[in-house]
Write a protein that binds this ligand. Structure first.
Ligand SMILES: [Zn+2]
Length: 315
């Protein structure tokens, strides 16, 4: 259990997180913008550059064929299954963003909280990518820490707008990992706002989910967090929480049917961090989706996640 207050929070970022993916709906440059904004904001963080994720780390979670395809670009359909144009730069970038997830989890185990300024990539499956997610950094990081004997169990709290289907599929063979995914796109009923072709899978022993009704605002969202996250913590008894802090529930996001403002998302983050702290569980947070046309709003959501972490865990 982490008792002492944190003076400065470690966050992980590398200029190598980004690759040239052309004019794409996924604003990959946000990783750099979030780093810049966090530094400019004067928040009590230190920025560290992570090592790229290793082959053994990836191969614990992903198939050799898929790892090879992303490394080489062949076969193209598999290398681009996440819907990015393949390049050697992209292959390197995804190794670094996943390395940041591993580094943030390990730092959180030491400090109580740490963040990675890149996504968790929750749509990535064992043998293919999906929805702009190449390798599943959440599961890769948890399995890395488990292989090193640092943790036995982990909980993913996925508050991206979209259902964490890749993580859920990877957890089917991993009873030591647990996920709660609160998603704002109703995959059965909400076709107008749906952007990925998967549906929320039925709940299993270790992958729970709940839809957030269209039009939900801050109070309703917090009520769902209060209902589901403590139950998931109690059920999974995690040694660490991986918090996927999506910016796409924001009301101006083109995919969002919710009514969440910047302050509502800040309150969401603070609530999750407070729950982790109250349970005595370290928490590693990562960015996730965010497609609002005015990218400064996406950046603001993510900077507020760092701010909320410091408000809860700082001195
Ligand atoms: Zn999303």
């Amino acid at each position: 259990m982490i008792a002492r207050a944190l003076e400065r929070m470690r966050v992980f970022h590398s200029p190598r997180y980004t690759a040239d993916i052309g004019d794409h709906v996924m604003p990959i440059r946000k990783f750099d913008l979030v780093r810049e904004a966090i530094v400019v904001s004067g928040l009590a963080v230190t920025v560290h550059e992570p090592a790229p994720v290793t082959d053994p780390d990836l191969l614990r979670v992903h198939s050799p064929e898929y790892v090879r395809a992303v490394a080489t670009g062949e076969p193209k359909a598999l290398a681009e299954s996440q819907k990015f144009p393949w390049s050697s730069g992209l292959a390197g970038a995804v190794r670094h963003t996943n390395g940041g997830c591993v580094a943030a989890l390990c730092a959180a185990l030491e400090d109580g909280v740490a963040g990675n300024l890149a996504s968790g990539f929750h749509h990535a499956h064992a043998d293919h990518g999906e929805g702009f997610c190449t390798f599943n950094g959440l599961v890769v990081a948890a399995e890395h820490a488990r292989a090193e004997g640092k943790i036995a169990r982990a909980l993913v709290v996925d508050l991206d707008l979209h259902y964490g289907n890749g993580t859920a599929s990877l957890l089917a063979s991993r009873p030591h990992l647990f996920q709660i995914s609160l998603y704002g796109n109703w995959y059965k009923d909400n076709k107008a706002h749906r952007d990925v072709d998967h549906e929320a899978a039925p709940d299993t022993d270790n992958a729970w989910s709940a839809p957030i009704p269209n039009g939900t605002g801050g109070a309703g969202y917090l009520a769902l967090v209060d209902e589901h996250v403590p139950r998931a913590i109690a059920r999974s008894r995690p040694d660490v929480i991986l918090y996927q802090a999506g910016a796409d529930p924001y009301r101006e996001d083109p995919y969002s049917p919710l009514d969440m403002g910047l302050e509502d998302l800040h309150a969401r983050d603070a609530r999750v961090f407070a729950m982790a702290k109250a349970a005595g569980v370290p928490v590693a947070w990562v960015l996730a989706g965010g497609y609002t046309k005015d990218i400064s709003k996406v950046v603001a959501v993510h900077v507020n996640t760092a701010r909320a972490a410091l408000e809860v865990f700082g001195g």
